[in-house]
Design a protein. Sequence first.
Length: 201
Amino acid sequence: MKLSIRYEHEYRAMLWKNGKGLTREVWVYPEGATLDDCLWRVSCAQVAQAGAFSQMLGLERSLMILRGVLRVQDLDAQRSVFLSPQSAPFVFAGSATIHAEPMGAGRVEDFNVMTRTGDCSHVARRLNVVGAHDEPLMGDWMLIYHEGGAPVHIDQLTERVLDERASLLVAREGKSEEIIRLSATQAALIVVHINQIRRTP
């Protein structure tokens, strides 16, 4: 397996598709791909005002909140939820008509995962590490994002640590079972497993 760490200053800043905000691209695959041709993308963004999400046909999305509270309305499914850092991921199709509104004072910061429908799938969850934790590589890629807390040590990367807002990408290179050992006094992480369903011959 291949392991790579990326720090916050290395994330690429880019305008939202609708031009009304700024996204920091954490990772994208293939490297250098756009929303039109990527297999998957992970990003963070600040939501400063109410408005509609950009529609992204052909992508499945998961939204998690890093800071603040966001009211999200799926106008197609007629559902409305309030999302906070304690909420489960909000999963929706990129083609859905979504309206979002920050609640209270201050900006909302979110964490987005997108995978190409029919080509890839993903599962995202929060993980609180206290002491040591073994995380198996369940798909073709695993991304670990450091939300906050103490630095995280990775057994397979003894010379570097994962600190706040940094991310680790693990890519499968064979068929054997792979496990990443993480250790920290206490750290809040987001773990995303991505599996490639359809492969190019």
